[in-house]
Design a protein around this ligand. Structure first.
Ligand code: SF4
Ligand code: SF4
Length: 61
């Protein structure tokens, strides 16, 4: 299972990761993405690749 980590200190709240996740795993809450559908993530890496701040890290549980 893939775990999505948001490095809040690096994130600028652009929302790209939220908008382009194919399965809507992420949602903006107070300007920071939060994982709302953790089981849906299939490690496509779109969010990590798109993040201009390198504020997303994907790991395997
Ligand atoms: S890896 Fe893919 S499915 Fe998982 S949160 Fe990122 S964009 Fe969504
Ligand atoms: S793409 Fe990166 S900088 Fe933009 S909201 Fe997502 S984690 Fe934050």
């Amino acid at each position: 299972m893939t775990i999505v980590h948001i490095i809040e200190s690096e994130c600028d709240g652009c929302g790209l990761c939220v908008d382009f996740c194919p399965l809507k795993v992420l949602k903006l809450a107070g300007g920071i993405p939060v994982v709302v559908k953790p089981d849906a993530c299939y490690d496509c890496q779109t969010c990590e690749d798109l993040c201009p701040q390198e504020a997303i890290q994907l790991t395997e549980a």
